[in-house]
Design a protein around this ligand. Structure first.
Ligand code: NAI
Ligand code: CS2
Length: 486
């Protein structure tokens, strides 16, 4: 039997139930990209708003690509379990915030209508870094992408996130409504600014006065989002079914830690975010830089080195002295490029991060983090390296992480096992590497991909030499040998 409204009442001795009248919930949020992260982060926070009695914040979830999540949640009346794990401890809470699910390719007009509805005040997005269709290095909209090109030509049936947003904002303007606040919750650098730019580029292609109206009245606050949410496995679903006695195919697992910092700039209504534990601030960049360069930078380094060494999980990596030393060294380097905001003590932050990485109940796969590296490298690793190069400092651990990404593009683990490189630019990196005979040639070929590597950094001979030296070690001796030399 599946989890649903009818059975949920019988589970109150095992889980925290929503406790509000779902029939009275109004859909104030439309969320694009209902993956695991949304369900464990923003949806849990909107659920807390509903639990507090503010019933404006139900969610209409939109999948821009496939029906998978809708098919998981629809038979469950939108309910799913949030499983919070730390060590041997586990807490279960049923989230009732998802009021409806739409699948954009099945009915794009329904998505535009939901976005344009008067009740919709917030539009949140977790479509992954690649889902914005931006050049990762410059952040500009990739007009060569076929879906972007289609939306630039016509918004009759949008395909992309910026396309849907612009089509809906046009309807709102025509109806005399205010724009909604659009909140990117992806690990993109300057996520709000990049989303705004993409939306304005799309709007300007159709109607310059619409673009001006959006610029004057819209809001695209920048955010820093943080909660480690590994992909759910069949084993997770089976273990939860054994506990609950019903199957929940929409469950998500996460850690206790949860942080959301939002730039205090909204176009209209929002919940009492401060009361929900969300930080509102004028300046998100210092928070964002610290998170992307410390947490995510270390994550990517661990992912490529662990992946090459055949080590499956992040906690297995940080259980090793050499990998912990690598992470601490990478943090020593990255930290010099940060201007921490008041309220963020970097030493305590680092200590807490290491403990979060060590949470063995999460089973966070190095392979999952290794995905889409072309979209992640610039903000996580290349920005701090560039800042240090400018200051005349080398960055051995950060450069090892970049070299490990380069080695990962070859599709072969140190054991000789093969894998498919999961990245929107995998064809680009594969063709760059084809025919290269030496390590130097491979480094040169990858550094010419200017949608990943800024030109100035690619031309920096010190950076190039450091990365080449590490790639040599990785190719000849393997990831564990490289780790032992940091
Ligand atoms: P997921 O794989 O569970 O979900 C990804 C979502 O993005 C799905 O709805 C998918 O349909 C959509 N998507 C993927 N490619 C797309 C494309 N090309 N166009 C439009 N939509 C696309 O992943 P998850 O865990 O939900 O993470 C999503 C994003 O959330 C991450 O990329 C990251 O930016 C952000 N995030 C994730 C955290 C995590 O620990 N999982 C924590 C902090 C941020
Ligand atoms: C991870 C992040 O998959 C990845 O690239 O580094 O999703 C990470 O789990 C989150 O940013 C934590 O907030």
């Amino acid at each position: 039997m599946r989890l649903n409204m009818a059975v949920s009442g019988d589970l109150d001795d095992k889980v925290a139930l929503p406790g509000y009248d779902r029939a009275k919930v109004r859909p104030g949020v439309v969320h694009l990209g209902v993956g695991a992260f949304h369900r464990a982060h923003q949806a849990a926070i909107f659920d807390a708003a509903l639990r507090s009695g503010d019933l404006r914040w139900g969610i209409v979830g939109v999948s821009l690509r496939s029906a998978g999540v809708r098919d998981q949640l629809a038979p469950q009346d939108g309910l799913y379990t949030l499983v919070v794990r730390e060590g041997d401890e586990q807490q279960l809470r049923i989230i009732g915030a998802v009021a409806d699910m739409l699948v954009a390719p099945e009915d794009p007009a329904a998505v535009v209508a939901a976005l344009a509805a008067a009740d919709t005040h917030l539009v949140t997005l977790t479509v992954t870094e690649k889902g914005y269709k931006l050049d990762p290095s410059s952040g500009s909209l990739r007009e060569d992408d076929s879906d972007v090109a289609a939306d630039l030509a016509s918004l009759a049936a949008p395909r992309t996130a910026p396309g849907f947003i612009v089509a809906a904002l046009a309807k709102r303007r025509a109806a005399g409504l205010l724009p909604f606040t659009a909140i990117s919750c992806d690990n993109l650098p300057h996520n709000g600014g990049r989303l705004k730019q993409a939306v304005l580029t799309m709007a300007r292609a159709h109607d310059a006065t619409l673009a001006d109206w959006i610029e004057a009245n819209g809001a695209f606050p920048q955010t820093m989002v943080d909660r480690i949410v590994p992909a759910t496995t069949d084993e997770d679903i089976a273990a939860l079914a054994a506990t609950l006695g019903v199957e929940d195919r929409g469950m998500v697992k996460t850690e206790p830690f949860c942080q959301w910092v939002i730039e205090d700039h909204f176009a209209g209504e929002r919940p009492d975010f401060a009361a929900l534990g969300v930080q509102l601030t004028k300046a998100v960049p210092p928070w964002e830089d610290a998170k992307l360069r410390l947490l995510n930078g270390a994550h990517s380094g661990l992912a490529y080195l662990g992946g090459l060494a055949g080590i499956d999980f992040v906690d297995q990596m940080v259980a090793r002295d050499d990998a912990r030393h690598f992470v601490e060294t990478l943090w020593d380097e990255a930290q010099t490029t940060l201007s921490p905001p008041p309220g963020l003590d970097i030493a305590s932050y680092r200590k807490a991060l290491m403990a979060r990485f060590a949470n063995s109940a999460l089973q966070h796969r190095t392979r999952q983090i290794a995905m889409d590296g072309s979209q992640k490298l610039p903000q996580r690793l290349l920005a701090p390296i560039a800042a240090r190069q400018e200051a005349g400092a080398s960055s051995p651990a950060l450069c090892l992480a970049v070299a490990a990404w380069m080695r990962w593009q070859g599709g072969v683990e140190d054991s000789g096992a093969r894998y498919t490189v999961d990245d929107p630019l995998a064809d680009r990196t594969a063709s760059a590497l084809a025919g290269c005979g030496s390590t130097e040639e491979r480094v040169d070929a990858l550094l010419t991909i200017d949608s990943i590597f800024p030109k100035a950094l690619a031309a920096d001979s010190g950076f190039r030499a450091d990365v080449t030296q590490w790639l040599n070690i990785l190719e000849n001796e393997g990831a564990l040998a490289a780790l032992s030399r940091v």
